[in-house]
Design a binder for this molecule. Structure first.
Ligand SMILES: [Zn+2]
Length: 307
């Protein structure tokens, strides 16, 4: 009898251990499903009239349209985790008190953990602005890359990221321009992903824009006259002019960095922070609030792509 119960206890413990090793997050997965069921109930609520809507002059009966679908994310925002392991991040994103999450987390080994359905609102962007969009959490998918904040991004991680971006871009028809970094939307608060992040490589694959190699492949065209106190002049050599012009010609362009940054999408209410964020993404060295002539050429080249 005693042997019998020991065997049963042993089997029970083994079952728990196997269950745990299969998925250490089975408990939080159950909590996740419970929350999702509550949101599904909210989505089904129709008509959505509440007692506090008494000032709204609704018609005499609700009319549900037959033509609709789910809202889609339109941006992808990339982050580094600034933590020391992917396990650490998965744990952080399953603790209610942290109030942070992202849709995907990618380990250095290339493993992709999906933590949230693309259609839900993750908590990764926080306060920020891009163009006139001030609720990026509602319109974006967040991807966190396991990285301590300073190191280069692992090759397997980059390969997995590119595969994932391809799927997301197709699935949700996300525009090329809308693959951006956390620092882009929150210039005064965030510095991720770190300056080693290969934005140029992403742009080659159709995720975000990158500037043309100005010396080798001139694309700077025309001139831009912007009335503002902040105008800066740049001189473009003749061989950098796209149309006409001989090698000896040069053209003066006027560029308002504030306007150009705003056209790209940056929040320029703190111009120094916006310039730093721009340099973190596109220059990736000497990340300060000074724009050199070379930086201005790159800014001009990019802003034409976003126009
Ligand atoms: Zn971030």
């Amino acid at each position: 009898m005693r042997t019998f119960s020991i065997v049963w206890v042993g089997a029970f413990v083994l079952a728990i251990l196997v269950g745990c090793s299969a998925n250490p997050y089975s408990k939080t997965n159950r909590d996740h499903k419970k929350q999702a069921r509550e949101f599904a109930r909210e989505l089904k609520a129709f008509p959505q009239q509440h007692l506090d809507d008494t000032l709204i002059n609704y018609g005499p009966y609700p009319v549900g349209t037959t033509n609709f679908s789910l809202r889609k994310p339109n941006y992808v925002i990339l982050h580094h985790t600034a933590q020391n392991s992917v396990e650490h991040t998965l744990n952080t994103f399953t603790l209610p008190r942290t109030s942070v999450s992202s849709h995907y987390v990618i380990g250095k080994d290339g493993d992709i953990y999906q933590m949230l359905n693309d259609y839900y609102r993750g908590w990764h962007a926080g306060a920020g602005k891009w163009g006139n969009n001030t609720d990026l959490n509602s319109s974006s998918i967040g991807i966190e890359l396991d990285n301590n904040g300073f190191e280069p991004f692992a090759e397997l991680q980059m390969e997995s990221l590119l595969e994932l971006l391809k799927v997301l871009k197709e699935r949700h028809s996300i525009p090329t321009a809308n693959f951006i970094g956390h620092s882009d939307i929150a210039p005064s608060r965030k510095v991720d992903p770190n300056p080693t992040f290969p934005w140029g490589r992403l742009a080659e694959e159709g995720f975000g824009y990158w500037y043309d190699e100005i010396e080798a492949n001139p694309k700077v065209v025309g001139d831009s006259i912007v009335p503002s106190e902040a105008i800066r002049e740049i001189e473009i050599a003749g061989n950098e002019i796209h149309q006409g012009g001989s090698a000896s010609d040069s053209i003066h362009l006027t560029i308002d960095p504030k306007l150009a940054l705003r056209v790209i999408g940056y929040d320029v209410s703190d111009l120094d922070a916006a310039i730093k964020a721009f340099k973190l993404h596109f220059i990736q060295k000497d990340i300060n609030s000074e724009l050199t002539d070379e930086d201005l050429k790159i800014l001009y080249n990019l802003y034409l792509k976003y126009l």
